[in-house]
Design a protein around this ligand. Sequence first.
Ligand SMILES: NC(=O)c1ccc[n+]([C@@H]2O[C@H](COP(=O)([O-])OP(=O)(O)OC[C@H]3O[C@@H](n4cnc5c(N)ncnc54)[C@H](O)[C@@H]3O)[C@@H](O)[C@H]2O)c1
Ligand SMILES: O=C[C@H](O)CS(=O)(=O)O
Length: 473
Amino acid sequence: MNHYPILLDGEWLTTGEVLEVRNKYTGEVMGTVPTTNKELVDKAVAAALRAYRETPMPPYKRYEILKKTSELLLENKRYLAAILSGEVGKTMKEALVEVERTAQTLEISAEEAKRIHGEGVPVEASPGAENRIAFTLRVPVGVVCAITPFNVPLNLVAHKLGPALAAGNAVVLKPASVTPLIAVKLAELFVQAGLPSGFLNIVIGPGSTVGEWLAKDERISLYTFTGSPGVGLKLKQDTGLRKVLLELGSNSAVIVHKDADLQLAAKMCVDKSFGNAGQVCISVQRIYVHRDVHGIFVQKMTEAALKLKAGDPNEDTTDIGPMISEKEAERAEAWVREAVAEGAVVECGGIRQGALFQPTILSGVHDTMKVACEELFAPVVGIAAYDDLDDCIRRINLSRYGLQAGIFTTNVHTAFKAAREIHVGGVMINDASQFRADAMPYGGVKQSGWGKEGPRYAIEEMTEERIVVMNLQ
Ligand SMILES: NC(=O)c1ccc[n+]([C@@H]2O[C@H](COP(=O)([O-])OP(=O)(O)OC[C@H]3O[C@@H](n4cnc5c(N)ncnc54)[C@H](O)[C@@H]3O)[C@@H](O)[C@H]2O)c1
Ligand SMILES: O=C[C@H](O)CS(=O)(=O)O
């Protein structure tokens, strides 16, 4: 049994009640982590505040630590991927990609640490402001609380730690209780890279206790949360006037227009509907296909999906591992059955074995079905036909979510119409909604959240702009 001590106030905590973490395919306990009571959570916040106030790091040192941690991730890629695969259930192929992307995220954060600056402000242009020099500073906010979800527990942690540390902040991290191990390992690499005591503190426990203690701790200046809208809303309510960045849920849509490259569209939609067992916030969930090409597209996508294998994530031949729990897979199964009862047709899949859910394509989906209007977070995608592009965009915008969307078309005017009119944080043209480059601005609108990630953009969110005006009279 591997016991994973957690980093808190510069020490590796091994005592206290432990949380068991299970392999999501075998169900075996793969490790334990200590949980943190209120006293330890208070200690973690105090350590972060002390580090921020008493031992601030210059930008170049932040660069060096982030760069070194990025290098250490790649040096330990397979070891880390095995932990990631075990605790999430994602395939080794997917886990290796996540480790590589995390290294990218921290490398980009390292570079951005060297580029944080204010700007000169020509205040003398205002009457009465003669003989004054003005400029802005970007100042770190102080203690950042990062609360992260289960599905991408390494790279999404890096998207919070990287910018926060690059900007000169200190961090208290609460990872998801079902997938905390990889975050513990990332902390080890940060320490190995020279991160001074107190700049990273991990707390472990349920959101209902640890999460709430953090939300009500006034010493924390900013919360960066990734998770479900319900929890995000509660966090916003519990934190008052302090800043909260929210990366929330989605039911991302893709348009396949009548002039689309159908081979490309079918391949991309299959690749981006079922990865990580569909447990990706920007996973393709709704596909609107122009009626002229609906039949051929459904056929092409179904043929491609039938080639996918759901099974043991450790096997090289496996394309889709288990969902995070059998309970979540049962929810997905129930929603599929409900859609069928309301007239949807199962083109492939719809079969559950424990937490394994076969890649499932539904056609004849209506916008009011749960599989369309709620967040599925499963390897299930629903297809609906449309005749008129304006009406299709109107239907997509009915969603209370707005994270990312995609459109397949060979007409630039159609592409830009979608880019301008679909109300989301990002529109992918001739790609599916689940495209993300770690350097790009990333974040949603409506109930998909508030604020942008991507190191450069998160650093802007995690620093405060201060104007300085010098009177030379
Ligand atoms: N927008 C994005 O970038 C993005 C990325 C990944 C996942 N997600 C979303 O995350 C969800 C799936 O992840 P999940 O099931 O881990 O989400 P979740 O909301 O259940 O949990 C997210 C985190 O919040 C914590 N938490 C729970 N209750 C809390 C409370 N009262 N106060 C403070 N923290 C609390 C959890 O312990 C966990 O660490 C989906 O909705 C998905 O769309 C969004
Ligand atoms: O689950 C949502 C993630 O933000 C998508 S990605 O892993 O960052 O591409």
